[in-house]
Write a protein that binds this ligand. Structure first.
Ligand SMILES: Cc1cc2nc3c(=O)[nH]c(=O)nc-3n(C[C@H](O)[C@H](O)[C@H](O)COP(=O)(O)OP(=O)(O)OC[C@H]3O[C@@H](n4cnc5c(N)ncnc54)[C@H](O)[C@@H]3O)c2cc1C
Length: 474
């Protein structure tokens, strides 16, 4: 029998992927009332997003789950680019000079990241309401009504949920985005990719990524945390083939020989295989009235650089504290406009930054391959360039200097002491120079070690931010 229910909540989150889970945890942490629904019966068990970057680990430290994740992951510290047996480039991913607490990319299956977020959610008193699918939504001034179908055959309930705010974290095919009629502009890349999580009986370093360039396309091997387990990704480019074949151990073995020249390594024990295409799309608006979009619902792009999940988690981290202030009447609703103003440019830049390397990696054009192999790889091998590239990949260079929330006051240059004067609070020229080289308003707040006053006990900036549920810079 069909039943209909009417319920209320402050915030309704659609989709319990990494973005929706982060959103729910961040809201519950601030004592807000929210519901999180997902149409899937169970959490996804596939490894999908493997790379968790330095900035996301800092976010997870703030949320209290970085250690759990690091214990279950593998710290990846370099990328090797080969052409057959020749080593073309070694990119260090681990730079002490960046002065960050997590100087590596953590390889950990997305299913494990989601599991840790679900455990955190439960510890905060929340839950994922499963088999519940958003069908439609309507906005009426200050409230949203969501029509949610319970896909559990035994219950067959339709629920009307009335909420102040609704967040669409429902992935690339977002129903929330569709009901808002927002544009998701962009395109799909021509190539189809094969993916497999397998065992390899070779002796290549297990804390590094290995990439082979080949005229028919790249062969990419990423380490998984379990010993001998690796993720293989290969672009299928055989134009003579009538259709792209399904990924299989035999096909991958053949492609490995062709792309790397390796005839001795055996591929075995596949735990996940898939064919996938990649897209490049960005939604035109992140907010319409009381409805927001975050994560893949708002932006999708190539997995090169492993930015997708990381960007979604940081979207949620950015929006949650603002929403909490507004719901608690501690800020005006205009604060919420800074979410799109800060996060959409980040997604736009991720789309651009992943597009060029994707095209260069997959190109079969001899001139472009020459530029890539002879010029770009030379540039990337420079010690001066590598930390800048790593900072970008790690999402450590994201800033909101142009946000209306970032106000900077530097005072007049005339107010400067030429010589040091211990008695005076006026800055010297050296003080001004040091200040300029530090973080600017809107930059990520870095880690730093300090003492409490007056006890002189040790603490750190991150520890202090953790206790403050409304962070200044995210
Ligand atoms: C092969 C591969 C490798 C990748 N590697 C990386 C990587 O290394 N690093 C990285 O950062 N990213 C990577 N990504 C991208 C990453 O997987 C996604 O960016 C990430 O999953 C997005 O998270 P999300 O929570 O926004 O969306 P999703 O993970 O797609 O979650 C959306 C959720 O919404 C639910 N849902 C959908 N519609 C509805 C509805 N109508 N009602 C209720 N629930 C609904 C779905 O069931 C799902 O649980 C990779 C992706 C792929 C495919």
């Amino acid at each position: 029998m069909n039943q209909s229910l009417r319920n209320k909540t402050d915030v309704l989150i659609i989709g319990a992927g990494p973005t929706g889970l982060t959103m729910a945890c961040e809201l519950l942490r601030r004592g807000l009332n929210c519901r999180l629904i997902d149409k899937a019966e169970e959490p996804s068990q596939t490894s999908k997003a493997l790379g968790v970057h330095s900035r996301t680990l800092e976010v997870f430290e703030d949320m209290g789950i970085s250690k759990q994740l690091i214990d279950r992951g593998l710290q990846v510290k370099g990328i090797n680019v080969h052409a057959e047996s020749k080593n073309l480039l070694h990119l260090h991913l681990s730079f002490q000079t960046l002065h960050v607490p997590y100087p590596y990319v953590l390889s950990v299956p997305q299913s494990e990241t989601e599991r840790q977020l679900i455990l955190l959610l439960q510890s905060l008193g929340g839950e994922v309401e499963r088999s519940k699918e958003l069908i439609d939504l309507q906005q009426n001034g200050t409230r949203v009504t969501a029509l949610v179908r319970d896909n559990d055959e035994n219950t067959n309930i339709t629920e009307e949920i009335s909420t102040n705010w609704l967040i669409g974290c429902d992935g690339a095919r977002s129903q929330v985005r569709k009901t808002l009629n927002l544009q998701f502009e962009g395109s799909t890349y021509e190539e189809e990719f094969l993916l497999a999580d397998v065992d390899l009986d070779w002796n290549k370093s297990h804390d590094e990524i290995h990439v082979w360039f080949h005229e028919y396309g790249p062969w990419v091997v990423i380490p998984l945390p379990q010993l001998n387990q690796w993720r293989l990704i290969v672009a299928f480019t055989d134009k003579a083939a009538e259709a792209v074949p399904e990924a299989s151990t035999e096909l991958l073995q053949q492609l490995m020989r062709e792309r790397t020249g390796d005839t001795t390594t055996t591929i075995s024990n596949p735990v996940w295989m898939s064919n996938f295409r990649i897209h490049r799309r960005l939604v035109n608006r992140y907010r319409q009235g009381c409805v927001f979009l975050a994560g893949d619902a708002a932006h999708i792009h190539s997995p090169v650089g492993a930015q997708g999940m990381n960007t979604g988690i940081q979207d949620a981290y950015n929006l949650a504290w603002k929403l909490a202030l507004v719901i608690n009447n501690e800020a005006s609703t205009s604060l919420l406009d800074t979410y799109e103003a800060e996060r959409r440019p980040v997604a736009k830049s991720v789309l651009a930054a992943t597009d060029v390397p994707t095209r260069l990696l997959t190109t079969q054009n001899p001139a472009l391959r020459f530029v890539r192999d002879r010029l770009l790889l030379q540039l990337l091998s420079l010690e001066l360039i590598q930390p800048l590239v790593v900072k970008k990949i790690a999402e450590l260079d994201i800033h909101y200097r142009n946000s209306s929330l970032s106000q900077e006051y530097q005072g007049s240059l005339l107010d400067t002491n030429l010589l040091p004067d211990k008695e005076s609070e006026t800055p010297t020229l050296k003080d001004r120079f040091n200040f300029q080289t530090g973080p600017r308003a809107g930059d990520r707040a870095p880690q730093g070690f300090c003492q409490r006053y007056p006890s002189r006990s040790q603490t750190s900036l991150f520890e202090q931010f953790q206790n403050w549920v409304y962070p200044i810079a995210v």
